[in-house]
Design a protein around this ligand. Structure first.
Ligand code: NJP
Length: 265
């Protein structure tokens, strides 16, 4: 399906070397958007670059970037501005999780998750904000998580990092509402990607939530459909969001029942 509003637009995607980032890239290219793909695995980015350029005749630039390195973020975005020009859409997708109880998480793991999921996302956003505000045009899409709305056992740090992403995203939306810059958060449940190679080494969670698992192509399609629209939030699957509504209304009850029901890691 061609999304006409994306034709010729410049879209930057972090964490584009696999998972939903790569699927978002494929759909954007199919709609004629020019892409800048960022991740640490430059080889995978180059492979995707070749595939998309050949298949869709769009421009695809790739840069190696560890979003947790702020100096690198600043240098790469400056190169993008110098060589490609304006960025119309930024998809902050790079992220990872480690499912562990709080007392077992090391400081390196805690800092690692926050440096990538939170500080990295803010660093990339900070680079595009002045230009988007000045142009009065743009869209920032932050891949958060249902874990940003409901905390579950064994995801204290990951969940905290995604709560931070949602807090930042909601404030940003208000700050930018007079500047015609759209801000969308994406809150998926479990998606069948390599995310679980790190998050769930033993495979316990994957086994327990197999029947709820979303496909990355489906999540990507919902994200790309929202581009350059006023979509506030994408919650997938839709029913999972009901949990966060109930949580806000009845937190004590939810935690008492949910402690067992949500302990699937
Ligand atoms: O995971 P995966 P997903 N600097 O592992 C990149 C969220 N989410 O697609 O650097 C720059 O296939 C990594 O690239 P590389 C999740 O929190 C997921 O599922 O080359 N990039 C790769 O391209 C995350 O925010 C689920 O290793 C870095 C990409 O990130 C987003 O969805 C559920 C990086 C990760 O691809 C995409 O994750 C949910 C760094 N330091 C939210 N570190 C789920 N899968 O169940 C990693 O609610 N990347």
């Amino acid at each position: 399906m061609v999304r006409e509003q994306l034709k010729g637009k410049s879209i930057v995607i972090t964490g584009a070397s696999g998972g939903i980032g790569a699927e978002i890239a494929k759909l954007c290219a199919a709609s004629g958007a020019n892409l800048v793909l960022l991740a640490r695995s430059i080889g995978k980015l180059e492979q995707l670059q070749t595939e998309l350029q050949q298949k869709h005749q769009v421009k695809v630039a790739v840069y190696q970037l560890d979003v947790s390195d702020t100096a690198q973020v600043q240098a790469v975005f400056q190169r993008i501005f110098d060589t490609i020009g304006e960025i119309d859409i930024l998809v902050n997708n790079a992220g990872f999780g480690i499912f562990k109880e709080a007392h077992l998480a090391t400081m390196d793991e805690i800092k690692g998750m926050f440096d990538v999921n939170v500080v990295g996302l803010m660093a990339c956003t900070s680079m595009v904000l002045p230009k988007m505000r000045k142009r009065r045009f743009g869209h920032i899409i932050n891949i958060a998580s249902q874990a940003g709305k409901i905390a579950t056992p064994k995801s204290s740090v990951y969940s905290a990092s995604k709560h931070a992403v949602l807090g930042y995203t909601n404030s940003l939306r208000m700050e930018l509402s007079d500047y015609n810059v759209q801000v969308t958060s994406v809150n998926p449940g479990p998606i069948a990607t390599n995310f679980f190679n790190i998050a769930d080494e033993k495979g316990t969670y994957v086994k327990n939530v197999q029947r709820f698992m979303l496909q990355p192509e489906y999540v990507a399609q919902k994200v790309v459909d929202s581009m350059l629209t006023k979509t506030r939030e994408i919650n997938l699957p839709g029913w999972m969001n009901m949990g966060s509504v109930v949580y806000v209304l009845f937190p004590r009850l939810f935690e008492r029942i949910g402690k067992r029901m949500l302990n699937r890691k």
